[in-house]
Ligand binder design. Structure first.
Ligand code: NAP
Ligand code: G4F
Length: 411
C-alpha cells in the first residue's frame, strides 16, 4: 500500500477533524481505523506504520482505495517522527497502538521494549504539550500491568504488580500519562485492556498460534483419512502436534473489534458518560478545547479496565478450537502426573488414539515469570460509558477458526 511522508499528507480544510492512529499494520490499529471510518464520518484518518524492507500490510490492504485514509511513515522510537507528526498533522486525536506488544520477547529485548513502550510515550506527551495541547491521546495499556494479581477479578483499583519487562513498561507509561494529565491538563488516557483477539492477531500469540495450527492439523487429518482405501480404518498415520508452553495459564479474552469501541469511548468520556450527559448536550456531542480543559481539570477523565469478565485456560481454548474444526480430542497426563508430559490426543468415535498427538508441551514456550491468571471487572466502563461488548468466548474462537479455515481454502 502506498505510504507517504508526513509532510505530504492532505489535510482537511481548517476545522476538519484529524485522527492519527499508530500501529495500523497490527491488530488493534487496523480495527481502530475501520471503526473510525464507520463511526466518525467527518474525520480524516492518518495511519502510522514504520518502514520495513518488505511491508506487512495484510491488515490494511482493504484500505488501499479509501479516500479518507492516508498511510504515513512513522516510527514511535524516533522523537523527530513524533514531533513531525504533531507539527504537520496537528491531530485532534492521537491513538497509539504502536508497541513492542509480545510479552515473551520483552525478556530478550528489554531495552527496546522500554524504549518503545515507555520512553516514546514520554516523547508523545511532550510533543502534544508543546505543539497541540488540545490533542487527545490514547495509549494502549494492559492487564499485564496487574501481573502477579492479589485480587480476582481485577478492576481499576488493583495495584501494578508486573511480571515482565513488557508489563513494567506499560505501568511506567501509565504513570507518565497521569502526571501529564494532572500537570498540564492534557486529555491523555490509558485503558487496561485485557487480552483481545481475532483473525488479525499475530500468529505468535497463543490464540492465533492455536487456530492456525488447528487448521493445519485438520488438513493433515483430512489428507490422511482420504488416502485410506474405502472402508479401511487405520490409525497408522501421525500429525505434527502443536507445541505449547503453560496451558494452565488463564486469560480473559475479548474480541478486538469490541475493544476499539471502548477506546473511542474513553477518548470521548464527556459524550458517553451517563453521569455527565450535560456536557454532550451542551456541546452537541462534540467537545471544544474549553470543555476539554474543564473536564480534564476537574479530574473527570479516567483510565478504565476493559475485559469480558470471564476467563479460560489455554487448555480450554485448545479444546474449543479443535471442536469448532470438527475434531474431538482428550487431554492425557502420565501416571507420574508430570505436567510436561501432558498431551491432547485425537479421539475417534469416542475412543482416544494415543499415537495421534494433537498438542504437546514444549518447555521452550514457558516464560521466565508467568502471569498465571487474569480476569477483569469492567463494570465501571460498562456503567459509566455504556460499553457493551458483543462477542463472547465461544463466538470468538469460532470466528478465528472459521477465518483461518477460509484462508486455507483461498490458497
Ligand atoms: P500488534 O498487532 O503487535 O501491533 C503492534 C503495532 O505496533 C504493529 O503495527 C507494529 O508494526 C507497530 N510498531 C511496533 N514498533 C513500532 C515502532 N517503533 N514504530 C511504529 N510502529 C511500531 O499489537 P496489538 O495486539 O494490535 O496491540 C496494540 C497495542 O495494544 C499494543 O500497545 C499492545 O501492547 C496493547 N495491548 C494489546 C492487547 C491485546 O490483547 N491485543 C492487550 C492489551 C494491550 P510492525 O507491523 O512494523 O511490527
Ligand atoms: O497470547 P500470549 O502471548 O499473550 P499475553 O502474554 O497474555 O499478552 C497479550 O495480552 C496482554 C494483555 O494481558 C497484552 F498486553 C500483550 O500485548 C499481548 O497482547 O500468551 C497468553 C498466555 C501466557 O500465559 C503464555 O505463557 O499463553 C501462554 N502460552 C502457553 N503456550 C503461550 C504458549 N503463549 C504463547 N505466545 N505461545 C505459546 O506457545
Amino acid at each position: 500500500m502506498k505510504i507517504k511522508n508526513i509532510q505530504d499528507i492532505t489535510l482537511p480544510p481548517s476545522g476538519g477533524m484529524v485522527i492519527f492512529v499508530s500501529g495500523v499494520t497490527g491488530q488493534d490499529g487496523s480495527h481502530m481505523v475501520d471503526y473510525l471510518l464507520k463511526n466518525v464520518p467527518e474525520a480524516t484518518i492518518i495511519g502510522g506504520a514504520r518502514r520495513l524492507s518488505v511491508d506487512n500490510h495484510d491488515n490494511i490492504v482493504h484500505l488501499e482505495h479509501e479516500p479518507r485514509f492516508q498511510l504515513v511513515n512513522f516510527d514511535l522510537t524516533d522523537s523527530h517522527s513524533i514531533y513531525k507528526l504533531m507539527e504537520y498533522a496537528k491531530p485532534d486525536y492521537f491513538i497509539n497502538f504502536a508497541a513492542q506488544s509480545f510479552v515473551a520477547s520483552s525478556w530478550d529485548f528489554a531495552r527496546q521494549t522500554w524504549q518503545t513502550n515507555s520512553t516514546s510515550i514520554l516523547d508523545c506527551l511532550e510533543a502534544i504539550k508543546r505543539l497541540k495541547p488540545s490533542c487527545r491521546f490514547y495509549n494502549a495499556g494492559s492487564s499485564e500491568e496487574f501481573g502477579n494479581v492479589i485480587v480476582t477479578p481485577q478492576n481499576e483499583t488493583h495495584p501494578p504488580r508486573p511480571r515482565s519487562p513488557y508489563g513494567a513498561s506499560k505501568a511506567a507509561a501509565r504513570t507518565l500519562i497521569k502526571v501529564y494529565r494532572e500537570s498540564y491538563g492534557i486529555y491523555a488516557v490509558q485503558g487496561w485492556l485485557f487480552n483481545h483477539e481475532g483473525p488479525r492477531r499475530g500468529k505468535e500469540f497463543v490464540t492465533r498460534k492455536i487456530t492456525t495450527n488447528v487448521v493445519r492439523i485438520k488438513n493433515e487429518i483430512d489428507a490422511a483419512l482420504n488416502s485410506l482405501p474405502d472402508g479401511v480404518a487405520s490409525f497408522d498415520w501421525k500429525v505434527t502436534p502443536i507445541e505449547l508452553g503453560n496451558i494452565d495459564a488463564c486469560r480473559d479474552w475479548s474480541d478486538a473489534e469490541d475493544m476499539v469501541d471502548a477506546v473511542w469511548r474513553m477518548l470521548n468520556q464527556e459524550v458517553y458518560n451517563s453521569s455527565h450527559l450535560g456536557y454532550a448536550t451542551l456541546t452537541g456531542g462534540r467537545f471544544t478545547p474549553e470543555w476539554t480543559k474543564l473536564y480534564v481539570g476537574q479530574g473527570m477523565v479516567k483510565d478504565y479496565v476493559c475485559s469480558s469478565d470471564v476467563n479460560h485456560s489455554i487448555r480450554d481454548f485448545v479444546t474449543e478450537a479443535f471442536k469448532v474444526a470438527g475434531i474431538e480430542g482428550r487431554w492425557f497426563i502420565n501416571m507420574k502426573n508430570e505436567p510436561l508430559s501432558e498431551r491432547f490426543v485425537y479421539v475417534d468415535g469416542g475412543i482416544p488414539v494415543p499415537d495421534v498427538v494433537l498438542v504437546r508441551i514444549n518447555p521452550q514456550f514457558y516464560r521466565p515469570a508467568e502471569v498465571e491468571t487474569l480476569r477483569g471487572d469492567s463494570s465501571a466502563i460498562r456503567k459509566e460509558l455504556g460499553w457493551n461488548p458483543k462477542t463472547n468466548f465461544n463466538e470468538l474462537v469460532k470466528k478465528m477458526v472459521t477465518s483461518d479455515l477460509s484462508q486455507v481454502k483461498k490458497v
